[in-house]
Design a protein around this ligand. Structure first.
Ligand code: ADP
Length: 607
């Protein structure tokens, strides 16, 4: 072998084996030589090229490569920018993937200096490009992160610093990269860094470590740190990446919650209010100290179970409480109740408790959260008030009866004379005495109701007749026309005097609360089992949201202090009690400003 053949063989081999795809073609576009890398890149063998002419390759035209080829023919050597090629468009090869390629073109001249061939070399940079893209994307994420993301080497020198870190610590990347990490660690916490580095060196990540760092302006900031070791391709730990999150706001919020809880606890303590929490699903009850105190039991030896709680309730109240719990769990009632308890020591106490019930999305009750307080003292005061009313009204009754008797005697004596003025005065005294009698009677009735001593003396009578009688008594006292048209006999068995009292109350209210009106209509109708009496006025009416309340003791719609309408707010309370004691109902239809009709029902007396 000659030296030339030898080196030719050598060059050919190198050409075949070089990892850069290389294609040599003539000025006519005919490919004369390709290497292994070319065959691999385009997924085609040289023998398969057939009549392929590179100057006709549309993909090379489309990507602009043809422009460079032309420049190559003019003798230039050109490096192409990285271009995306779709090889299936070039040589119609199945299975070829899109590639990112860097290309170089250079001419080959013969010994006369004429260009005979061109060389087109391609380097596949797809992986590099993808890596670059990923890195670019990662860098963008890191830059845009609100958290501070920092990296440092094992000596603690800061090597990267994102926008979040600039925002959090106040240093720009330019100012701090190359400085030691202790720049942002408060002096008193410097030893933390040694611990962190020692962990990182052992490859141990640190998660959500709450600490304090110092900002450029010297202020401290509370942060949560997550630190992970950074390894190189060989798995050797090179440094650490650190994510710092500003938790000052969170810390402040936590402190605010703690503070408000504390305030609530103080308020509950001051009001001696106990809070209990019943997890219905797990059936567990928790009590605060006050609940134990109120029930006179000890946290140490009292186990809070529903059963044990039930045993503390006064036997006369237990059913009422249990029923209300049942009803409120079914959303049929609000849970607010007063009841008595008997402590293990035997003390009787009144408690009041209110609760909210939470339901899950299927409507099942899951939790009951309540507040309890000891109302024994209030109940005592109420009782004392009631006792006072009872005593006062009893004590008043005797002198009033005496007054009435003597004023009647006086009137009778005066009637024999012609002393007009004294006769008139005596009549006024009589009227006022009657009012006083009514008031004391009301007070006595309230006492009777509250002590369960309101006795009914039932008898059979014609209600129609009683209504007429009531109207005959009331008509002379008012300018309103009291209208009733019903002569049917409607028999009821009731306490005649008490029903009379009901009629008087409702009719006098109708008159009193229709100052502009001129009539009150009384109606009577019967159903199969009941007589229903209606009292209708054209008066001031009652707003819907007040309609339940007017039956409460001492309740008045208009501010009692204004004294717009005289009264004590007892009439309807007594009326309702009387009607209900007869197993009847009392209800109303009314609209604010449009008059009211009160109804009550009584069972018919079939005999
Ligand atoms: P009072 O002594 O104040 O009349 P009641 O118990 O009889 O007490 O009535 C309670 C409240 O109900 C009254 O203060 C009044 O505000 C309202 N009320 C009762 N009857 C009527 C009515 N017919 N029209 C409008 N409001 C009424």
């Amino acid at each position: 072998m000659t030296e030339t053949t030898d080196s030719l063989f050598l060059f050919k081999t190198i050409y075949r084996q070089t990892p850069v795809s290389t294609q040599i073609f003539t000025t006519d576009g005919e490919t004369v030589m390709v290497n292994k890398a070319w065959e691999k890149l385009w997924n085609v063998k040289f023998e398969q090229l057939g009549s392929y002419n590179i100057l006709q390759d549309q993909q090379l035209v489309a990507t602009g490569t043809m422009e460079y080829i032309k420049r190559g023919f003019k003798g230039e050597q050109v490096d192409l920018p990285v271009i995306r090629y779709d090889p299936s468009q070039t040589v119609a090869i199945k299975g070829a993937r899109e590639r990112w390629l860097a290309a170089r073109i250079y001419p080959i001249k013969n010994n006369k200096g004429k260009i005979t061939h061109l060389v087109l070399q391609h380097e596949d940079v797809t992986d590099k490009k993808n890596n670059e893209d990923t890195l670019y994307r990662l860098a963008a994420i890191i830059e845009s992160s609100y958290d501070a993301i920092i990296s440092k080497n094992l000596e603690g020198i800061i090597t990267s610093w994102n926008k979040g870190a600039e925002r959090l610590f106040g240093y720009t990347a330019g100012e701090i990269i190359g400085k030691h990490i202790t720049t942002i660690i408060p002096k008193e916490l410097r030893k933390e860094e040694a611990e962190i580095i020692s962990k990182i060196k052992r490859g141990i990540p640190i998660k959500h470590y709450e600490t304090v760092r110092v900002k450029k302006d010297g202020n401290y900031v509370e942060v949560s740190l997550s630190i992970s070791p950074i390894k190189n391709n060989d798995g050797v730990i090179m440094g650490a990446s650190k994510i710092a999150r500003d938790i000052s706001y969170q810390k402040k919020a936590e402190a605010a919650i703690r503070e408000s809880e504390e305030r609530l606890r103080l308020a509950l303590d001051a009001g001696q209010i106990g809070v209990w929490d019943w997890d219905i699903e797990k059936n567990t009850l928790t009590w605060t100290d006050n609940v134990y105190k109120i029930h006179g039991v000890n946290r140490k030896n009292f186990e809070i179970t529903f059963e044990n709680f039930k045993n503390l309730i006064h036997p006369d109240d237990v059913n009422r409480v249990l029923k209300l719990i049942e009803k409120s769990l079914l959303k049929e009632a609000e849970f607010a109740v007063d009841f008595r308890i008997i402590t293990p020591k035997g003390d009787l106490k009144w408690v009041t408790t209110q609760a909210e019930i939470s339901h899950n999305k299927n409507g099942k009750p899951v939790r009951m959260l309540g507040a309890t307080s000891d109302t024994t003292r209030q109940k005592q005061i109420e009782q004392e008030k009631s006792d006072f009313i009872s005593m006062a009204s009893h004590e008043l009754k005797t002198p009033i009866t005496g007054m009435k008797m003597f004023v009647e005697l006086l009137s009778r004596e005066l009637a024999k004379t012609s002393l007009e003025k004294p006769i008139h005065f005596a009549n006024r005294i009589m009227e006022q005495t009657d009012k006083l009698t009514e008031l004391t009677n009301d007070l006595l009735d309230v006492t009777r109701i509250e002590t369960g001593k309101l006795q009914l003396k039932k008898e059979a009578f014609n209600i129609s007749h009683l209504i007429q009688e009531t109207l005959d008594t009331l008509q002379p006292t008012t300018t309103h026309t009291l209208h009733f048209k019903n002569s049917k006999i409607v028999g009821v068995a009731a306490d005649r005097y008490r029903i009379y009292q009901v009629l008087v109350n409702l009719i006098t209210n109708a008159i009193k609360y229709s100052p502009q009106g001129n009539k009150v209509e009384i109606s009577l109708r019967t159903t199969a089992s009941e007589a229903i009496i209606g009292i209708k006025d054209d008066g001031i009416g009652i707003a819907k949201n007040k309609q339940d309340k007017i039956f409460e003791r001492l309740y008045q719609v208009t501010d009692p202090k204004l004294k717009t309408y005289p009264g004590l707010g007892l009439g309807l309370y007594i009326t309702k009690e009387i009607v209900e004691r007869h197993n009847g109902k009392l209800w109303l239809k009314s609209e604010h400003g449009k008059g009211s009709t009160f109804y009550f029902s009584l069972s018919l007396n079939k005999n």
